[in-house]
Design a protein around this ligand. Structure first.
Ligand code: PEP
Ligand code: MN
Length: 347
């Protein structure tokens, strides 16, 4: 349920509605808009019987039933796009944010090299896993805290905010200390205790779509985070598993405009994991931006043949620079600028 206030409703009237919602045993979520405030209600199972009590309060314009199973993430609840600020990079606004870096932090030298290379080409954020969710327990699992320290050094040297994966609630406090944005990987999209835990932080979260998750599953997973009070969520389409195994996954680009219709949260695309092949990354990335994605997260490696993980899908720095060139043209065509970093801005 959504209570829409009149345009001239006062702060006292808004608070009185919130108090009434609390008195009914539910939770109010006031959302100021450009012309009027709306107050979302959560905690109710089905229609609210005493809704008439709210309708009669001064300053209330109308009550709207929210039909979607997810509430706080829905467009019905909040009409305006959410912009998530990650260390000064706005994701979900007019500009397009390009995040790049290695699949995993392998060494200080490798990470710093790649960080400088992607920044020179125009990336605004650095990616890199210190804790890796690997399909096999016998493969490299990440450098752990040492990897987080390398990411922090890369951030200090380049000024780029860092997104890195948090795999479990035990390591969340540690990852929180280093990361500007917490990545929840595809394999953890429905790890509800982890979703709740990142929801209790106020850190930006990158929530990747599970490879067998529907759009509704993804939005409900995001709802867990918002329901704990953390509104700073960016969604990521990274390919799903279908009958076709010609590529690593099937990039579901239809999900991008669909999610933008259903939700106010920003959506970015990961063309690297979606395709699994470096030669597919540029065309998929172009299509993602043309389809309305708010950004990309791209794997880049300076020596893919020797990469510890995901080398086959990693662009070399020159390939990433080529991608950025091509995206410039798409960005102009769709009337959305690529967000600049401090190097591209001054150079
Ligand atoms: C990654 O970003 O390196 C990763 C493991 O992604 P996903 O969770 O989408 O597989
Ligand atoms: Mn990877």
């Amino acid at each position: 349920m959504l209570v829409v206030m009149e345009a001239h409703a006062t702060a006292e009237q808004i608070e009185a509605v919130c108090a009434e919602i609390r008195a009914m045993g539910f939770t109010p979520h006031p959302m100021p808009g450009p012309t009027r405030t709306a107050i979302g209600i959560t905690g109710n199972q089905g229609p609210i019987e005493q809704a008439g009590r709210l309708q009669r309060l001064p300053g209330v314009s109308q009550l709207i039933r929210v039909t979607a199973p997810y509430k706080l993430v829905s467009r019905e609840f909040k009409e305006l796009d959410t912009v998530v600020d990650v260390g000064g990079v706005p994701i979900g606004g007019q500009g397009i944010a390009i995040i790049a870096g290695p699949c995993t932090v392998e060494s200080r030298e490798q990470t710093l090299n790649i960080a400088h290379a992607v920044q020179a080409a125009g990336a605004v954020m650095l990616r890199g896993g210190a804790y890796k969710p690997r399909t096999s327990p016998y493969t490299f699992q990440g450098l752990g805290e040492a990897g987080l320290q390398i990411l922090a050094e890369a951030r200090a040297l380049t000024g780029m905010p860092v997104v890195t994966e948090v795999m479990d609630t035990e390591t969340l406090p540690l990852v929180n200390q280093y990361a500007d944005m917490l990545q929840i990987g595809a394999r953890n999209m429905q790890n509800y205790s982890l979703l709740r835990a990142v929801g209790r932080t106020r850190h930006p979260v990158l929530l990747k779509r599970g490879f067998a998750a529907t759009v509704k599953d993804l939005l409900l997973a995001a709802e867990y985070i918002l329901a704990e009070g953390n509104p700073h969520v960016v969604l990521c389409e990274r390919g799903i598993r279908t009958f076709d195994d010609s590529l690593r996954f099937t990039l579901d680009l239809g999900a991008v405009p669909l999610i933008k219709k259903l939700s106010h949260l920003p959506v970015i695309v990961d063309p690297s994991h979606a395709s699994g092949r470096a030669d597919m990354v540029i065309p998929m990335a172009r299509a993602a931006i043309a389809a309305g994605a708010d950004g990309l997260i791209v794997e880049v490696h300076d020596n893919p043949a020797f990469a510890v993980c995901d080398g086959t899908q990693s662009l070399v720095p020159e390939g990433f620079a080529e991608l950025m060139q091509q995206l410039q043209r798409i960005a102009i065509a769709i009337g959305r600028p690529l967000i600049h970093n401090r190097i591209t801005q001054s150079g």
